[in-house]
Design a protein around this ligand. Sequence first.
Ligand code: AMP
Length: 139
Amino acid sequence: MSTIFSQIVEGEIPARVVYEDETTLAFLDANPLAPGHTLVVPKDEYERLNDIPEDVADDLYDTIHRLVPAVEDAVDADASTVAFNNGEAAGQEVPHVHCHIVPRFEGDGGGPIHAVAGETPDLEDDELDEIAEDIESRA
Ligand code: AMP
């Protein structure tokens, strides 16, 4: 069963495509948070960022890098929020990696990325050190 974004890639369902190359596709979000809200996807189906091979990750970033200024300029935005909901617990609904480019405007009433957190932890220095070491050893 392919994802709704694979169906868009295959042309089986319509979308307002704004960019396409061999490995990536960008199209307008059907329920935009702002004018110009754009999604960038790898054409192949991977559920999370964690699943993407390096060459596809490079291509995906290239397309995001190309689209951010294009989207901002097209709607005369002051800024943009560029983000992935990476996994169901983070709010990902479509299990096909996608980057949201959400144009932002002075006084639009939205929040920063920091607004995604629930209760924030109160971590001691040694806990922070341990976490940093653990991440470093896996990176
Ligand atoms: P997420 O919660 O990160 O998985 O976001 C999924 C996004 O896909 C939402 O912003 C939806 O509005 C958007 N979406 C769902 N179906 C379509 C579609 N057929 N065409 C364009 N965007 C879609």
